[in-house]
Ligand binder design. Structure first.
Ligand SMILES: Cc1cc2nc3c(=O)[nH]c(=O)nc-3n(C[C@H](O)[C@H](O)[C@H](O)COP(=O)(O)O)c2cc1C
Length: 332
């Protein structure tokens, strides 16, 4: 028992360390919640709801990525009484969080409401792991709405405990709800959250297909975004995604990569035949068939097809790379 307690406490300490490191999110912001200012709900489109409860930002980071990838509506479950640091002190057996977890009837009140739950077919519910389980406020949330006919996925974060215990107890207790599966992140897995979430959502088949003009570039644990243009080469690129490519420097001006299968048969049927690239432009050089991402401005070049443009500031990630580096390009 003492050993188990030690393991859980060590796990929680790891998690706290991670909170201060932050987790990479699409906007490059730290996902830390301000205890006094609840995050507002962001209205998206489609029929996916991404609801989450997060006190120190880890679960919020994952929620934001899921919402971006699915184009879902992000909904922060805001407790009526915010949790203070003292409330979250798991070392104190009488802290609010510990008391709630020990009381199976505790249902902490929620301050906000999902506007129209009937409009969602798919609901993601995210939470931290508290003593191996979901915080009781998740039960408040589950008991506040009718989930019949909806597919419910959960996602969770912890120091190092698994998420399956919480998923199994929620599925057991709310057996009328169609809980499909859980994606769990320990603190050491948060840095690769973007790739894991995208692979998961792709596997589930609920990628946001309407927004195929947005793509992401992941280098290590960092992800940046870009918009592709409406031309045949850009559409061709999107249709080949997900791609993992090896980039190298060219002429101290651009980072270039060839398709892994060596094919250079890009669809040029409806694309410009030249452009004058500036830093941040994504292009394809048709004589060689390589992608070229410019981090410096360059002159008008024949055969250079404009494919898209990185979001503001995103080019810094490319210009900072030395030597060869691996990039995963995905549709978002
Ligand atoms: C009351 C409490 C209990 C916790 N219990 C566990 C646990 O059993 N296992 C674990 O690995 N981490 C545990 N943690 C750490 C959290 O699961 C982890 O920090 C999580 O990522 C926090 O998510 P958030 O930033 O979204 O609030 C606990 C944290 C608190 C506050």
């Amino acid at each position: 028992m003492k050993r188990k307690l030690f393991i859980v406490i060590t796990a929680m300490l790891c998690a706290l360390v991670f909170v201060f490191a932050g987790c990479s999110d699409p906007e490059g912001q730290q996902g830390q919640n301000d205890q006094t200012t609840p995050p507002s709900s962001v209205i998206g489109q489609g029929n996916v709801l991404v609801a989450y409860f997060s006190c120190t930002g880890n679960t919020e980071c994952i929620a934001e990525i899921i919402a971006e990838v699915t184009d879902g509506t992000l909904f922060a479950i805001v407790p009526e009484v915010p949790y203070t640091d003292a409330d979250l002190n798991y070392n104190n057996s009488d802290s609010r969080a510990n008391r709630e977890q020990n009381d199976e009837n505790a249902r902490p009140a929620i301050a906000n409401e999902v506007e129209d739950m009937t409009s969602y077919d798919t609901v993601f519910i995210g939470h931290p792991i508290w003593w191996g389980d979901a915080p009781r406020i998740i039960q408040t949330f589950l008991e506040s709405y009718d989930f019949s006919g909806k597919e419910v996925y959960t996602f969770s974060t912890s120091g190092s405990s698994s998420g399956s215990g919480a998923f199994n107890s929620l599925s057991r207790e709310y057996h009328d709800i169609d809980f499909v599966e859980n994606l769990h992140f320990t603190s050491s897995q948060l840095a690769s959250a973007q790739t894991r979430v995208q692979n998961w959502i792709e596997k589930l088949g609920i990628m946001n297909n309407e927004q195929t003009n947005r793509i992401s570039f992941t280098i290590g644990s960092a992800t940046v975004y870009a918009t592709v243009y409406d031309n045949s080469v850009a559409r061709d690129l999107v249709s080949r995604l997900t791609l993992t490519l090896e980039f190298s420097d060219y002429n101290s001006t651009e980072k270039i990569a060839y398709l892994p299968d060596g094919s250079e048969d890009w669809d040029l049927s409806d694309a410009p035949t030249s452009c004058t690239p500036s830093a941040g432009d994504i292009t394809m050089y048709s004589p060689w068939g390589n992608l070229a991402i410019f981090y410096r401005d360059f002159r008008l070049s024949n055969g250079l097809v404009p494919v898209g443009r990185l979001d503001d500031g995103a080019i810094d990630l490319f210009s900072a790379q030395d030597g060869n580096f691996t990039v995963t390009i995905m549709a978002v």
